[in-house]
Design a protein around this ligand. Structure first.
Ligand code: 6PG
Length: 243
């Protein structure tokens, strides 16, 4: 289990340009090797800058038809809802770069959460390559809330990091909004996980999760350490002020 690699840039723009560029070279390598990419996205506001940069600068520089898109989590709302993580990614990226519908595997936030978690598990198992019978994503892009949650694994539901399931339901502790989330079993089986954490609101939680060995144990983001993969943190200086 390797320690997180920190990749710190002066601004959000530089952060997303770095990750976008790295993804483009990864995509080119996989295409040359004749291999598909299995990628899981997160929601929230941070990744929106990344989606925009990929759509604006890499529409013709990445073979988007070679990539299968999944989600690390989804709010239990219809796909057209402003809260939908799928809607955000589709509007800002997927619809702009010609990802075939058959490569877009959204969590159906409009359906019964428990049934959808089971359905989504079977979708992942049938498409994502397995290792030790566990789906192994090539890359998972995560964010972190200022409460240390990641995907939709919140501090009061830390057990989801150690579930036997691949995908489960969750509940936002404040809004009580129902969620569907990949579990730690899936997150920590990925070849690579990248956190995208920017802005002053994440300074203190980033310091705790990255530096406080004991204190960080209660925050789900601190438990994302792929057993046979790598984890890196793409951050701007505003979020790393306290490191
Ligand atoms: C979600 C995300 C969630 C997000 C964090 C950070 O559905 O909200 O998947 O895990 O990454 O809440 O959100 P911001 O990027 O908006 O700070």
């Amino acid at each position: 289990m390797t320690d997180p690699k920190l990749k710190i840039y002066e601004s959000v723009d530089k952060v997303v340009e770095a990750l976008a560029g790295e993804f483009a070279s990864f995509a080119s390598k996989k295409e040359k090797a004749g291999e598909k990419i299995f990628l899981a996205l997160s929601g929230g506001s941070t990744p929106q800058a990344l989606f925009k940069t990929l759509a604006e600068k890499y529409a013709s520089r990445i073979n988007w038809r070679n990539i299968h898109f999944f989600w690390a989590d989804e709010r239990c709302v219809p796909p057209g809802d402003p809260e939908s993580n799928y809607r955000s990614a589709n509007e800002l990226l997927l619809s702009r770069v010609g990802v075939p519908d058959k490569n877009i595997h959204r969590m159906r936030g409009e359906d019964s959460p428990e049934e959808e978690a089971l359905r989504y598990e079977s979708v992942i198992l049938s498409i994502v390559p397995l290792k030790y019978n566990i789906p192994r994503f090539d890359w998972i892009w995560l964010g972190m809330g200022d409460d240390g949650h990641t995907a939709s694994i919140f501090p009061d539901q830390l057990a989801l990091m150690y579930s036997d399931r691949i995908c489960q339901t969750a509940i936002h502790p404040v809004t009580k909004q129902k969620r569907i989330t990949l579990t730690g079993k899936t997150l920590n089986h990925a070849r690579r996980v990248s956190f995208l954490v920017t802005g002053p609101a994440k300074t203190e939680i980033s310091r705790i999760v990255l530096k406080e060995t004991e204190l960080r144990q209660k925050y789900p983001a601190a438990h994302v350490r792929p057993s046979e993969g790598e984890v890196d943190w793409y951050m701007d200086e505003a979020a790393t002020g306290a490191l």
